[in-house]
Design a protein around this ligand. Structure first.
Ligand code: FAD
Length: 455
């Protein structure tokens, strides 16, 4: 059943069997709710820092059920907010430190995967974002210059001319491209499922099929029993709305994906992307793709409407008109794919905080911790967040524990119907702005509106 969740789940070696549920009341040092990247990286680093800690992970479905198992597999050196936004909220120096910590997290994923024997198809080929009209070129160029002004270098991020951009991958209408060096492609389900096995080997207990109903100082309530713990970590991202009192903490946004069949060698030759850089273009409504280790393209995009009341509907994930738009966009990028079969359609929810700033929080007074709000850029950020949470919980000072996102709290989302209106107006502005930009070649004013509405 779980193999149907995504191409990634379907291409895991072996079956996905649920681990035993919580067998009754238990006591431990750290209880973690959610076995995605955030929860499992926190467990991993806690166990590595202090092997005597008693750690219990509670997962409602199976490890990797959520966004961590289903995503585009970009281990990405960017946050949902730009380094310029981080600099405005702190300082340029701190923004650069925050970025460099994230860049290190990308490499760290590769290092830990190799050391722990997780075969997650890690390939650090960077990321290319093609400018396919003049408005995209203007925006990407300005974004790169602004990042350099904050303190990043041309080795971190740079613009490529049309020929260099085309040499990386042969998409249509290329005017230039932005290249980000600190990005790796991974098979996300292999990584998250492998991580669950590794933490178990390190002595962490993982209970699946166990939904947390509420948290309070020192306790997690489930229908199977109560877990008491000195520290309780919430790592539930887009699903946070299910926990008592958390309905407006994080809004679930859909991102949907498709995968092609394994492509013939001549088709792959035509497309390029041989070093497996992740790819996108410079439009406002995010799209993202990777060439997988088995020679497919896995490709996704945002744009599915936000559902009233933060509803999550598995039917949207399996078949939405947005999947058709994503396939159309893929064919526009690479017309050579016209005859290739689309073998998988899926999707999932990512978690967006009201101000789009991700955060890592430990409140020693209540014993409650949480991390997330990655706004769709959580693969590497969750590694850094999990590591940082583990250091905060164990009182280990490091270059991570005073980064700007530590202790940051976003305000709550507006109640309905304002949440629904605001978010869906923003999605409309992004999509219609892209259409206007393709027509006029000038950056769209509607996108300004989008930023005002969503930030
Ligand atoms: C389609 C898609 C594509 C994406 N592409 C990228 C990408 O390419 N690069 C990138 O950086 N980011 C991407 N993201 C975002 C990224 O996947 C997430 O930011 C990241 O995986 C979040 O990890 P997490 O552990 O915080 O949350 P999740 O992986 O969602 O894990 C939360 C876990 O908590 C469990 N849970 C929820 N509620 C409860 C409860 N009450 N009790 C017990 N367990 C509970 C869930 O079952 C789930 O397993 C994408 C997301 C989606 C949906």
């Amino acid at each position: 059943m779980y193999s149907q969740l995504s191409f990634w789940h379907d291409s895991l070696p072996g079956s996905i069997d649920q681990r035993p549920a919580l067998p009754g009341d238990r006591d431990c040092d750290v209880a973690i709710i959610g076995a995605g990247f955030t929860g499992l990286w926190a467990a991993y680093h806690l166990a590595r820092i202090d092997p005597t800690l008693r750690i219990i992970v509670l997962e409602r479905d199976v490890a990797g059920f959520g966004a961590s198992g289903r995503n585009g597999g970009w281990a990405l050196g960017e946050y949902g907010v730009s380094p310029m936004d981080i600099a405005r909220a702190s300082s340029p120096g701190l923004a650069v430190r925050q970025m460099r910590a994230l860049f290190d997290a990308v490499d760290d994923i590769g290092r830990v995967a190799a050391a722990e024997g997780i075969d997650c198809h890690f390939a650090k080929g960077g990321s290319i974002s093609w400018a396919r009209n003049r408005a995209q070129l203007t925006r990407l160029t300005a974004g790169v210059s602004a990042r350099h002004a904050v303190g990043l270098t041309t080795e971190d991020i740079s613009m490529l001319g049309p020929d260099e951009a085309w040499a990386v991958g042969n998409a249509t209408d290329i005017l230039g491209a932005r290249f980000m060096a600190h990005v790796a492609a991974v098979h996300p389900a292999r990584l998250v499922r492998g991580l669950a096995d590794v933490v178990e080997r390190l002595g962490v207990t993982v209970h699946e099929g166990t939904a947390a109903l509420s948290t309070s100082k020192g306790a997690v309530l489930t229908k199977h029993g109560t877990v008491t713990a000195e520290i309780v970590v919430r790592a539930t991202e887009g699903y946070t709305r299910d926990l008592a009192g958390q309905r407006r903490a994080v809004a679930p946004f859909y991102s949907l994906m498709v995968a092609t069949e394994p492509l013939a060698p001549d088709v792959l030759d035509e497309i390029g992307l041989a070093a497996r850089p992740t790819f996108a273009d410079g439009r406002n409504m995010t799209i993202y793709g990777q060439r997988t280790a088995d020679g497919r393209l896995a490709f996704g995009g945002r744009g599915a409407p936000y559902l009233f009341g933060s509803r999550i509907d598995p039917a949207v994930e399996r078949a939405s008109p947005v999947h058709d738009r994503i396939i159309k966009t893929l064919h526009e990028l690479f017309p050579v794919l016209a005859g290739a079969e689309i073998t998988h359609r899926w999707g999932g929810v990512l978690g967006i905080p009201r101000d789009w700033f991700p955060s890592v929080v430990l409140d020693r007074n209540t014993g409650l911790a949480h991390a997330g709000g990655y706004a769709g850029d959580g693969v590497a950020a969750a590694k850094l967040a999990g590591h940082t949470l583990a250091e905060l919980i164990t009182g280990t000072h490091s270059e991570r524990t005073d980064l700007p996102w530590v202790g940051h709290e976003s305000r709550r989302w507006a109640p309905e119907p304002f949440r629904w209106l605001g978010i869906n107006s923003g999605l409309w502005a992004a999509r219609s702005g892209d259409r206007a930009e393709a027509r006029t070649g000038r950056p769209s004013r509607r996108v300004e509106l989008l930023h005002r509405l969503l930030h």
